[in-house]
Design a binder for this molecule. Structure first.
Ligand SMILES: O=C1O[C@H](COP(=O)(O)O)[C@@H](O)[C@H](O)[C@H]1O
Length: 390
């Protein structure tokens, strides 16, 4: 049996209390592989019109602050059933994390570095009591992908109800597999969606390394999102111009679609971030000057440590202004970096993912048991053990 488990930074390990039906559904999907979409799940859940039944919807994520029951304790302890792997030479490219679709192998950064001067952020969790931060650990990648799809679906519904539009920001990489679960999601009004890219490689849209291409194949070409509401980087520009042009695309949007906060920064409804094995998010790499940028919405990256070398990326202030941020890191290949980011206090700038700290929104981590295997969540509320400095 499997369960959707939740833990809060800085507090006791908490869990959603999914009803038995919902637990069984998630467990069955995970046992049966990764073929089921959330539309399938809704049908299995007994909803005649394809909408998720209330038992399933209620299991996610609203009751996240209850103590673990016996079943859930058992499922948490199963994290340890997967033996820890050791990779003396770094994470092998076959784990997928460093092998680019174009065939290039990305080098692995192990630098803890000196940090970027002037970055005003501090990494304080898990000790700090961040009510709006949650770590969710799913029984399998299939279950995690479905959880992510439900999360996006719920935010989309709320945003469309509130102002008639939903803004979704995507990353590239392995995350896109999970995003594909949204195809055919019941009750989603894709006609109101506006899709953006938190980072993009400065390559043609048809290039195998293009994040747009990956997203198009996984979701955008399969869902009825109006093409003019898919905001892609302009091709064939020098990278600095591409960044400015992309910022221009955002600036031109009406505030009914893309509202601004009191600092004039765009407030996206949902931002889905992947996590690189060196701790990078978007194209914000360890110890790079882009981490300290506060005056631009979109930044050029000219010598990315991971190919291709030219990229554009949202700046940290734009990322941290989003309403809902998800960091999605699933699979054994992410286990080492997940542990470092969530449990080891690094120097500012050494692990960009630690700087994702929404100013007025919430942050959820989507992990599976494989990526969470090195975590000691049960110790997170111990001031003796956390925060750890090595
Ligand atoms: O280069 C990138 O890497 C990260 C992580 O990708 P993954 O394949 O290791 O999951 C991704 O989130 C980012 O958007 C992308 O440009």
């Amino acid at each position: 049996m499997t369960a959707l488990t939740f833990a809060r930074f800085g507090g006791v390990v908490c869990a959603a209390q999914p009803r038995k039906v919902a637990k069984a559904k998630v467990g069955r999907v995970s046992a049966g592989g990764n073929g089921a979409s959330i539309a399938d799940l809704a049908r299995e859940n007994g909803s005649s019109n394809g909408a998720l039944s209330s038992s399933h919807t209620e299991s996610f994520p609203e009751s996240s602050d209850k103590e673990l029951d016996q079943d859930q304790k058992a499922s948490v302890s199963r994290i340890n059933y997967i033996p820890k792997s050791r990779w003396p030479k770094g994470i092998p490219p076959v784990m997928g994390a460093h092998l680019m679709p174009s065939g290039e192998v990305a080098p692995i950064s192990t630098s803890k570095g000196a940090g970027v001067g002037g970055v005003p952020h501090k990494f304080m969790y898990p000790k700090e009591d961040k009510e709006n931060y949650q770590v969710m650990q799913f029984a399998s990648q299939a279950a995690g992908s479905q959880g992510l799809a439900m999360y996006v679906q719920q935010i989309s519904e709320a945003a469309i109800k509130e102002r008639g539009a939903f803004t979704l920001v995507l990353s590239g990489g392995s995350l896109l597999k999970a995003v594909g679960q949204l195809v055919g999601a019941p009750g989603v009004d894709f006609s109101k969606w506006h899709v953006f890219f938190v980072d993009e490689r400065n390559v043609p849209h048809s290039h195998p390394d293009s994040n747009f291409k990956g997203a198009d194949e996984a979701l955008l070409s399969k869902a009825p999102i109006p093409r003019e509401q898919i905001h892609a980087i302009k091709e064939k520009l020098p990278v600095a111009e591409a960044a400015t042009e992309y910022a221009g695309q955002l600036l031109r949007l009406d505030e009914t679609v893309l509202p601004r906060n009191s600092e004039g920064l765009p407030v996206f409804d949902a931002m889905l971030l992947g996590l690189g094995p060196d701790g990078h998010v978007a194209s914000l790499f360890p110890n790079r000057s882009q981490l300290a940028a506060t005056d631009s919405w979109v930044l050029p990256v000219e010598n990315s440590p991971k190919p291709p070398p030219e990229r554009i990326t949202f700046s940290l202030p734009v990322i941290n202004s989003a309403k809902e941020i998800a960091i999605v890191a699933m699979g054994e290949g992410k286990a080492e970096i997940v542990q470092r980011v969530l449990e080891v206090q690094s120097l500012p700038g050494a692990l960009p993912a630690q700087l994702v700290q929404p100013s007025n929104g919430s942050l959820k981590w989507f992990l599976d048991i494989a990526s969470a295997q090195n975590l000691s969540m049960h110790k997170w509320d111990s001031t003796k053990d956390f925060p750890r400095s090595t």
